[in-house]
Design a protein around this ligand. Sequence first.
Ligand code: F6R
Length: 264
Amino acid sequence: MEVIILKDAKSVAMTGAELVGQLLRLQPAAVLGFATGSTQLLLYRCLIEKCRAGDISFRRVTGFNLDEYLGVAADNPQSYRSYMDREFFDHIDIDGDNTHLPCCEDGQNPRLVGSAYEEKINKAGGIDLQLAGIGANGHIGFNEPGSSLGSRTRVKTLTRQTLEDNSRLFCTDEFQPRLAITMGIATIMAARRVLLLATGTGKAEAVSRMVEGPVSAMCPASILQMHERATVLLDEKAASRLKNKDYYDWAYLQNESLKDRFGD
Ligand code: F6R
């Protein structure tokens, strides 16, 4: 796991966008895994700017989102489909037909939706780069604590903490879904590269468990310690509880000079 600690949320987003950009320049038809949530917003803004400037293009990209609420229609402004269209897809040159979320329409069997989603990912050749955030409880996607480390796309019940953390995004009398369909932990681990962004003090404890705690289903994001190519981009606040900070900074400098000499 490569841990990169940057000054602030803006630097995290800019560095994340640069890493996505590097991949797209090498592999214009890459398969990207997208995430939603507040942390990704700045990253999407940076990617939109790069796309508008002609620096990168999503024209040949295929996208698979981590998760979607169950029981929320795609055209509901609270759906993750709406979030992605509003915050990102509508502002870049991606072909809408190539953007996928694990949406389960009314009456559809969520189990079949989950396995069909896995199949679609496989047919596309697997995910080249999966973007992710982390929940304050250590969840990745909507794989809540206790999720099977071998799980694939399926329905998960959100924890009370996740519901509380996300309640800020819903009006008091608005329906807040308690269920979601999410890529499983094994689905995320199958991505060739994972790029996780975390910012703010509220994530410091979860980040320390993910990076320096034991690998455990009780902190699902900790499984990334076992990923061959996981990069964690943190601002100073999210990194504030890490014990090995100096080492990560030192290793980052060495890795950068290796990349300069031998490429990524
Ligand atoms: C969203 C997702 C979640 C979020 C996480 C952090 O697609 O999969 O795991 O990444 O809950 O959310 P924010 O960034 O809102 O704190």
